[in-house]
Ligand binder design. Structure first.
Ligand code: SIN
Length: 280
């Protein structure tokens, strides 16, 4: 008799650990439905000890949720361009993803979700933080919600992947290109989740440059307020990695932040990113 899928929340705001699942095995439709339900309900889900998750199995799991993204600026694995290796070597200082963001909001159709597999974790630190943007939206006043509901923001990779940006800095361990001329896309400041119908804030400090029809200077005070508000501790959870662990987060309603507090130690992760739709 196969073990039943167990779902245990890890925090009040978001996040649940899923037990009784081998992601490398054949997932039955009912197991898949239980995982999908937990993903929509908890926004980020975690699996421990997925030591058999090969690159092929990692991609197969992602493909059950949609087509896979090939990152436009960061090279993937030679044999698996859809898998990004997120590595920080002991002697490196910068990490990848070390600021609050939603993956690929700089695309016309940003990522649905990201599936991160821990290959080697440091002896301490290197946790990932997550923030629930449905809760952040719902905590706003009616007046602020009414104003934001009609607003549009401009997103681009041009700052984060500029020559001076955090993500394109030369690293021994990752091959990222500079994209000073990356295109700009318009997304609603409040998006409606296409599967749950719930509203979520959809701006982030890495990729949101300004509001539509406003200058950067005019946009800054309100963006700063939203960036502060969206990462308030009451909307967050924190995941302590172990070798073989997997996190799967919903970029449509979650921010994340990779902590860079393990200097002198190696951290090696593999990420598959599932393509999403145009935010509405
Ligand atoms: C990322 O996908 O932004 C990196 C997350 C992490 O390494 O914890």
């Amino acid at each position: 008799m196969p073990e039943a899928v167990r779902v245990e929340p890890i925090a009040g705001a978001l996040g649940a650990e899923i037990g009784g699942v081998n992601l490398a095995g054949d997932l039955s439709n009912s197991d898949f439905d239980a995982i999908h339900d937990a993903f929509l309900k908890h926004h980020v889900i975690f699996f421990r000890d997925q030591h058999d998750l090969t690159p092929e199995a990692h991609k197969s799991f992602g493909q059950r949720f949609g087509s896979l993204n090939v990152h436009p600026y960061v090279s993937g694995m030679d044999a698996h361009p859809e898998i990004m290796e997120i590595i920080k070597e002991p002697e490196e200082k910068l990490n990848f993803g070390g600021g609050w963001h939603s993956d690929m909001s700089f695309l016309e159709k940003p990522a649905l979700g990201s599936i991160l597999h821990a290959i080697e974790v440091p002896p301490f630190g290197g946790d990932t933080l997550f923030a629930n943007q449905v809760a952040a939206y719902e905590a706003l006043s009616d007046g602020m919600k009414a104003m934001l509901d009609g607003m549009v923001a401009i997103h681009s990779a041009s700052r984060e992947y500029s020559a001076r940006g955090h993500s394109a800095q030369a690293r021994k361990s990752m091959d990222a290109q500079v994209a000073d001329d990356a295109p700009e896309y318009e997304h609603p400041v409040v998006r409606t989740h296409p599967e749950t119908g719930r509203k979520a804030l959809y701006v982030n400090p890495a990729f949101t440059l300004r509001f539509k029809d406003m200058t950067k200077r005019e946009s800054r005070p309100l963006l700063n307020f939203l960036f502060e508000h969206s990462r308030d501790e009451r909307f967050t959870c924190r995941f302590r990695w172990s070798d073989g662990a997997v996190a799967f987060w919903d970029n449509r309603c979650v921010w994340h932040y990779a902590l860079n507090d393990y200097h002198g130690h190696r951290r090696h992760m593999r990420r598959v990113t599932v393509n999403g739709d145009r935010p509405a």
